[in-house]
Design a protein around this ligand. Structure first.
Ligand code: ZN
Length: 290
């Protein structure tokens, strides 16, 4: 959503009518790239440390509050996620870890949030737009979360996924880790106008604030794991042993196990007009047939 520019008269009148907190907000909104505020934030994020239990307790509270306040979440392995869930979560992080200082500074320059179902390579991203075409000019930040990657994982009960070096038991935990990672990107861009999660400064912040031990933030799906470790993809022709016989079929689905369709006159009728029996085979038991 575009922010409507306010006239100075409007600013003055709201300053007069409001409390001092409002004055701060107005000042922030109207002072993009406030040098003093940004350098004080830089000093803080470069040094601040938290006790491990403190971080875990904040993260836990954000987990609970997200579940309680969301209109979309049916549980930790939710099937829907709204933009409002993302915005609320980012605000909670700002409030608990940065005393609410980061978002007003970002919003002074322009801050958008979105959920994307088309983003399939990374679970989240932080984009800095430079509408003037120069890094010294105006900026606008955009934090995007991939719903597709979240929904592709935790399809099975008890599945665990590693994000940012931490084991996640469900979608909500994974979403938190991704949001934390992107939040660190936002801070680096805001304060230093540069940054990279493969570098020391990023990793130091991510570790001190959120206990991240790895900068990789893509959710490794079972499908990707299968592709990497076992060189298996959907549609591959495979062989496996079943009751002492070797069967051959096609990989139809990959979760923790692969669903292999084996042609059989006793099987179910599929949309290609043929009959197949389904077998659920552990990935390591499959052999490529061709
Ligand atoms: Zn990153």
């Amino acid at each position: 959503m575009k922010r409507v520019p306010r006239t100075m008269a409007a600013v003055r009148s709201s300053v007069r009518s409001g409390a001092s907190r409002l004055v701060d907000r107005v000042r922030n909104r109207d002072a993009p790239r406030d040098r003093q505020a940004l350098s004080s934030l830089a000093g803080e994020v470069a040094l601040r440390t938290f006790r491990r239990e403190e971080v875990l307790s904040h993260q836990n509270q954000i987990f609970e509050d997200s579940l309680r306040l969301s209109r979309s979440f049916s549980g930790p392995n939710f099937k829907r996620v709204g933009r409002d869930d993302l915005v609320r979560m980012v605000k909670m992080y700002d409030a608990r870890f940065f005393d609410g200082k980061v978002l007003p500074l970002a919003a002074a320059e322009g801050m958008d949030f979105s959920i994307s179902s088309r983003m399939t390579k990374v679970a989240g991203k932080l984009v800095t737009h430079y509408p003037d075409g120069t890094a010294k000019g105006k900026r606008r930040f955009e934090l995007v979360l991939s719903s597709t990657l979240l929904f592709q994982t935790f399809e099975d009960q008890g599945q665990k996924v590693e994000v940012t070096g931490r084991t996640c038991m469900n979608r909500l935990e994974a979403m938190q880790r991704v949001v934390e990672h992107e939040f660190v990107h936002l801070i680096e861009m805001l304060v230093w106008n540069s940054g990279n999660c493969s570098e020391a400064r990023f990793q130091s912040i991510a570790k001190r604030y959120f206990l991240h031990t790895d900068y990789r933030h893509s959710l490794i799906t079972q499908r990707e794991r299968a592709a990497m470790r076992f060189n298996l993809r959907l549609g591959d022709q495979v062989r496996f042993k079943h009751d002492g016989k070797v069967l051959e079929g096609r990989v139809n689905r990959i979760t923790r196990r692969a669903t292999v369709l084996v042609p059989s006159h006793r099987g179910e009728l599929f949309c290609d007009g043929r009959r197949y029996q389904r077998f659920y085979v552990p990935l390591e038991k499959l052999q490529k047939a061709s």
